[in-house]
Design a protein around this ligand. Sequence first.
Ligand SMILES: NC(=O)c1ccc[n+]([C@@H]2O[C@H](COP(=O)([O-])OP(=O)(O)OC[C@H]3O[C@@H](n4cnc5c(N)ncnc54)[C@H](OP(=O)(O)O)[C@@H]3O)[C@@H](O)[C@H]2O)c1
Length: 334
Amino acid sequence: MNYHPYVARYENMIYNRCGRSGLLLPAISLGLWHNFGGVDQFENSRAIIRRAFDLGITHFDLANNYGPPPGSAEINFGRILKQDFRGCRDEMIISTKAGYYMWPGPYGDWGSRKYLLASLDQSLKRLGLEYVDIFYHHRPDPECPLEETMGALDSAVRQGKALYVGISTYSPEDTRRAAKILEEMGTPCFIHQPKYNMFVRWIEDGLLDTLEELGIGCITFTPLAQGLLTQKYLEGIPEDSRAAKEHGFLQREHITPGKIATIRQLNKIAEERHQTLAQMAIAWILRHKAVTSVLVGVSKVRQLEANVAALDNLSFTNEELSAIDKLLNSNKNT
Ligand SMILES: NC(=O)c1ccc[n+]([C@@H]2O[C@H](COP(=O)([O-])OP(=O)(O)OC[C@H]3O[C@@H](n4cnc5c(N)ncnc54)[C@H](OP(=O)(O)O)[C@@H]3O)[C@@H](O)[C@H]2O)c1
């Protein structure tokens, strides 16, 4: 069936300025790490992308290695763009990354100029695009000079293959160094993509402050701890869940009785706020003013709709925040 974007799609989404840049990103963005690969049902992936756009989600996040197999999420997304989104390119912010293993030999991994620029060319081919909006270095490379990696990002912009550049999972110190090198080259560091959720809170120890100070946007990933921060695992492991899938990054052994007990207690707090746990977990991230957008992953349209409804209640009382902190601190090692 032909797709016609919902006319009122921009009315209910919140758009936040990305750092001190000129660009706004939706408070909720969609990531294509899981559920969009060659192993997944194409029509389901397509329905999720269409629904996302109708809900005002303008930002779609990819990486060279998303699939499985690696590269297939970009191929599928490129196909969906061609089928359904002709004429919408200027309403979309599409990102990709390079930094993890992609092809054999010494040039298909980490942070060299050779790898990053070759990978970006490959991504553009798979996506069927002339440029991406954001090109990221996916993870720090302890051996490659930072000047070389940042130089490759700068070149991507100068070649017209990326509009903005970003870094992912860099420490506050490396972020500062990367931003300085980029600034000297005349290409600002636009955005940082770190992991952040109720179970993984490292960005509170310096990264958020650094990003705010430097005027770099922040888009956090894995807000639901890959689905743990929902009600789905409270009564066992459903067959269609990420933890049940062989290729899923969430493993059965991550779902410990201690974690489930914590999730049950968090769920009670969410219920008192008249939200689901997933919605509370997303709202809890957006409470930081340094956070531009929360990058969710979904396997079903209804999950996406439920997650976007988190925006209906973003405020927390001090009592709620302390109750959440207390619970997370007392169950830290479970
Ligand atoms: N930069 C990096 O290094 C990096 C690393 C990882 C991820 N990311 C980015 O972050 C994005 C999101 O990561 P993620 O997929 O791990 O995020 P997530 O939102 O924590 O987990 C997504 C999973 O949670 C479940 N879920 C989502 N909404 C739900 C709901 N309302 N009710 C019940 N279950 C729900 C689904 O699992 P089921 O399949 O079980 O239904 C879904 O696949 C990725 O797609 C990628 O773009 C970046």
